[in-house]
Design a protein. Sequence first.
Length: 406
Amino acid sequence: MKICIVGTGGREHALAHALGHHGDVVVTPGNPGIPGSVVTPATEIDADLFVVGPEAPLVNGLADQLRAQGKRVFGPGADGAKLEGSKAWMKQVLDKAGVPTARYGSFTDQTAALAFLDQMHDLFVIKTDGLAAGKGVLVTTDRAEAAEAIGGYLSGDAFGAAGQTVVIEEGLTGPELSVLAICDGKNAVALSPAQDFKRQKDGDLGPNTGGMGAYSPVPLATEAVVEQLMDKAILPTLATLGRQGIDYRGVLYCGLMFTPEGPKVLEYNVRFGDPETQAVLPRLTSDLGQLLASAADGQLGAPPTFDAGAAVTVVCATEGYPEKPRTGDLISGIEEANSLPGVSVYCAGVKASPQGLITAGGRVLAVTGQGASIEQARENAYAGANNIHWPGIQRRTDIAAQPTQA
Ligand code: AMP
Ligand code: GLY
């Protein structure tokens, strides 16, 4: 099977690696660190299966465009991708599907937004309605900061049009989990769950980022927990979408929080998570291409299987990430890291130069270590990451140090 992956990041590198075990892979446009990267646009590529990685092309209708060309596509159309493209719409879908989620309001008017903020206590959560490259969420205990953020969002100063509708949520607390469900429009099957580390610094300090690391499996996420999540969240959501005429074929990424009142859905994304994918897919022992093709055909095949071990992913980011990444530094140590047992390096923000790969974005590499236990996988991941160097490199040192227990 020839498979075309659309995207440029570490997630796409991990997809290419996993899909490459059983198929021929091209990645468009990919990056100079991903073998099989081509500049030809997806609409001009011949392949048996197209897998669209990032949310932006999905929200902009790339899957629809490819399907209109008669291509087999894994990824929702623009109608389903709205789950990620509009948080206010996503919350309405959750309400209709009866899925537990944080109490919220969505606003375009500042007076109404501030009045709603006054009904919240202790922890204030302000989100852009639209896409903001993972940066549009503020979680703070400081009401004044929340109020100021609302002003900046609504005026368009902070995030342009994406923030001009603002979603305000009650702040929830508890461990988080990422579950990636493969959906064929009606049915769904979960991949092995992962936990993501969203904050920039050790101890979950610093601003929210796209994700500084991940591990899989998560002891908290027993089979019973995942089954309950499928029954209470994923399948009712698919059914609700179906009633609205939306045939959702792709990944439904469910980000949830285990609150004292039980699990609540924080968000849906319409794509594989980054860096969760780099921790989940290396553990897959079945044919990913067959699974995604069956979902794309609307007839989900046999459920995926995973090894009994663990994977830990450590993201190497540039100085200044997430606010102002410094770029253009020469990267060393990728080959050395890759040559260690159980270690794989996935390339994201990299660019070619005559001297070798240089940094070209905030999150540059994801180093995944595998092992029989989370502890061993963690040792391998950090052994790999410690080989990687460039001036100003930053990475967390506590990824998977205390896995969340059941
Ligand atoms: P989102 O992109 O909506 O998942 O938000 C990014 C991160 O912000 C989540 O992974 C959580 O860590 C945090 N977050 C989002 N919503 C809430 C909430 N209602 N209460 C507490 N934290 C939240
Ligand atoms: N790791 C979070 C995300 O992919 O949105």
